[in-house]
Write a protein that binds this ligand. Structure first.
Ligand code: G3H
Ligand code: 13P
Ligand code: ZN
Length: 340
């Protein structure tokens, strides 16, 4: 099956009440880990690359790796998504490179850290929607800003400073015509999200419920949704790492989100932790090893285990054979018919 527009996956997820994990990748082993997990659990899946990933791997490598994944596993509906595009130009270059979905993150200015105005956000997102939809490509926007800047995009230290305003989310969706909206509910990218297990004081799941009430047809996206399992931190620390205690977004909170319209869940950090722990273990236990395969293989397996667990928890497992096969061309015709 060729790469599919992300919208096809999200529509099916909404119709059947499940969520789809969007895993970040930078290299072949990460793509292989995700595909192995998708095959094992029969899951549709979103693979995403950030601007950093695109410059690390180069678009041509990424594109061909993704096409290889689709060619090897035609039974898996697979969307290729740009994570946190910072400008229309970045989104357009991704579309040219074969991405079937893009995020125009206009909640921040082009520097990826300064919160932008609502007007700027609407303007750039709308511009991307017009061109992307003509090509059948899906668009995710963001309203409100995540916290932190160290690991990916974010508006600075305090994740509570720019929470999504549900009324603004409603206006944003209406004015831009985006397929999916990322919301800020107190999370940040990276490992250091919360100092203790989050309660409703710092993880505002209530915002999601309110946005879903106002926008029942719009797919909601949770960023910064790694759960940062203690077991993964413990492995890293057991083999020479130095990571302080930290907390992520509990899987049961994500499941609560899925019951309230969340259809895409971004996970990067958990896979980074799994890979790092597995590599550290080999280096620690077998210091004589120098063949990269001796540590990349366990790293790939560790990431696969995380992906499988998330696919099962988010409810996408088993749905791969059931997602309708929609091409980019068909999707473009649908947008045209709907006047969007
Ligand atoms: O946006 C956050 C993702 O974890 C991607 O991170 O920009 O370091 O590739 P990155
Ligand atoms: P994590 O850092 O929590 O994995 O979030 C990833 C993300 O939101 C990518 O856009
Ligand atoms: Zn993100």
């Amino acid at each position: 099956m060729p790469l599919v527009p992300m919208r096809a996956l999200l529509d099916h997820a909404a119709e059947n009440g499940y969520g789809v994990a969007a895993f970040n990748v930078n290299n072949m082993e990460q793509i292989q880990a995700i595909m192995a997990a998708a095959v094992k659990t029969e899951s549709p899946v979103i693979i995403q690359a950030s601007r950093g990933a695109r410059s690390y791997s180069q678009d041509n490598y990424l594109r061909h790796l993704m096409l290889a994944a689709a060619e090897l596993h035609p039974q898996i509906p697979l969307a290729m998504h740009l994570d946190h595009g910072n400008s229309p130009a970045t989104c357009f270059s991704a579309i040219e490179q074969g991405f079937t979905s893009v995020m125009m993150d206009g909640s921040l200015q082009e520097d990826g850290k300064t919160p932008s105005s609502f007007e700027h956000n609407v303007k750039v997102t709308k511009e991307v929607v017009e061109r992307a939809h003509a090509a059948g490509v899906t668009v995710e926007g963001e309203i409100g800003c995540l916290g932190g800047v160290e690991d990916g995009h974010g508006a600075g230290g305090d994740p509570m400073a720019h929470l999504t305003d549900p009324a603004q989310a409603e206006q944003f969706a209406a004015e831009t015509g985006v397929d999916a909206v990322a919301v800020a509910i107190g999370t940040s990218h990276g490992a250091y999200k919360f100092k203790k297990k989050p309660t409703g004081e710092v993880l505002k799941m209530s915002i999601i419920a309110e946005i879903h009430r106002r926008l029942p047809e719009t797919h909601l996206v949770m960023h910064g949704s790694s759960s940062v399992p203690k077991e993964l931190i413990d492995i890293i620390n057991a083999y020479g790492g130095k990571m302080p205690a930290t907390f992520g977004v509990p899987v049961e909170e994500i499941q609560e989100g899925i019951r309230n319209g969340v259809r895409k869940i971004n996970v990067d950090t958990d896979n980074r932790l799994a890979i790092t722990g597995a590599i550290r273990k080999v280096f620690f236990e077998k210091p004589e090893e120098f063949d990269p395969r001796s540590y990349m293989k366990p790293a790939r397996e560790a990431m696969q285990a995380v992906c499988e667990a998330r696919m099962i928890a988010f409810g996408q497992a088993g749905f791969a054979p059931k997602v309708p096969k929609v091409s980019l061309e068909e999707m473009a015709r649908r947008y045209h018919r709907l006047g969007r």
